[in-house]
Design a protein around this ligand. Structure first.
Ligand code: PEP
Ligand code: MN
Length: 368
């Protein structure tokens, strides 16, 4: 008799479990419907006050053997799991992860297309210094084959406050004037929202440096600018964090984002940073955004550029960043890692980069 009772009750428990499971799954579906609405309306997915209110109501409801504390614990676990599935869905819905985001023509920086099949060199000195320095370097870059974007910092994010901080607006003007003479598009770093307008007025592409990858106000502002953005990975940033930073720009209206792996900080002192080539393969797999590799800041040395450049291209990089100077030993910043013009020319020859091609008609530039 006892045996019968027990098995009947167990049968009832099995049925109740399935009922609870059905209700939980239905609840999860409703949670996801709410999450989709919040995403559309740009609202926060997590609302602690709403959770507290639900817990108060449940703990006060007429109850059975479970006490208020146990009820709260059970429902907290349900809320927590619901938040997890919302985050999972949010990640899946990220613009950064959407496949058709970048057209076959890539992202256009004036007449150069990044991510359209042909590797692009982002090349120039670490900093804008003098008219003579800029002219000599630009002339050497323009003379070599391949698609190139002229880089040089006017606002420099130096670790040491006593180091050269850049020529600022004068540097921007010099960069633009030199680049125009040689028909090269430009990329330069924007440090903060207060100088964004002036940098955007002078440069063809705006660089977010490693130190600024987490500057969310700057990223949001870049989402509203009609210029492509080169987003560098922070020294200590995970790939998730890099993609979330890119998402700030994309979700604010600008899809023209190129990602840049520039080495991460590890325990290894033989290189300035550690070049993370698996990051390039993973970023190419997880997003449609073009990815380039900054060899100069990753390696901090010139002697192993060619094999590392080959490796970066082999793993799928859409371009390379290289610091080049006519007289590296006199450079005002990063002299030790800048290639001189002969080394640069030898590198381009060693890589066998082809001549420039016209951008694809469906290339994108600036915000949607
Ligand atoms: C740069 O490219 O000039 C620079 C400062 O690089 P990073 O932000 O990667 O250190
Ligand atoms: Mn530098």
């Amino acid at each position: 008799m006892t045996q019968r009772w027990l098995s009947d009750l167990r049968g009832e428990i099995d049925t109740l479990n399935l009922d609870i499971l059905r209700l939980l799954q239905r609840r999860a579906e409703v949670v996801l419907e709410i999450a989709a609405i919040k995403r559309r309306e740009n609202l926060d997915s997590y609302e602690p006050s709403r959770e507290e209110e639900m817990l108060r109501t449940l703990a006060a409801a007429p109850s059975g053997p479970f006490g208020a504390d146990e009820i709260r614990e059970i429902f907290r676990a349900i809320f927590h799991a619901s938040l997890d599935i919302q985050n999972r869905e949010r990640t899946r819905a990220m613009r950064t992860r959407q496949r058709g985001l970048v057209p076959p023509g890539g992202i256009r920086v004036r007449d150069v297309a990044v991510g359209a099949g042909q590797p692009v060199l982002f090349v120039g000195p670490c900093s804008v210094e003098t008219p003579q320095q800029m002219d000599t370097i630009a002339a050497a870059i323009a003379a070599l084959p391949g698609a190139k974007i002229f880089r040089a910092g006017a606002y420099k994010p130096r670790t040491n406050p006593y180091s050269f901080q850049g020529l600022r607006e004068d540097g921007l003007q010099l960069l633009r004037a030199t680049a125009r003479r040689y028909g090269l598009p430009t990329v330069t770093e924007v440090l903060d929202t207060s100088t964004l307008d002036v940098v955007a007025e002078h440069a063809d592409m705006l660089q977010v440096g490693a130190r600024n990858m987490y500057n969310t106000e700057l990223l949001k502002a870049l989402g509203k600018v009609d210029k492509p953005v080169l987003l560098k990975r922070g020294f200590m940033a995970t790939l998730d964090e890099l993609l979330l930073s890119a998402e700030y720009i994309l979700s604010n209206g600008n899809d023209a984002v190129v990602l840049c792996e520039r080495g991460i900080r590890t325990f290894e002192p033989w290189t300035r940073n550690t070049l993370d080539l698996s990051a390039v393969a993973l970023l190419k797999k997880e997003t449609a955004l073009p990815v380039i590799v900054d060899l100069s800041h990753a390696l901090g040395r010139r002697d192993i550029m060619l094999p590392c450049a080959r490796a970066a291209l082999a793993v799928g990089a859409d371009g390379l960043m290289l610091e080049v100077h006519d007289r590296p030993e006199h450079a005002l910043s990063d002299g030790f890692q800048q290639l001189d013009l002969d080394e640069f020319s030898a590198l381009v020859t060693g890589l066998g980069l082809a001549g420039a091609t016209a951008p694809h008609p469906t290339a994108i530039r600036g915000p949607r």
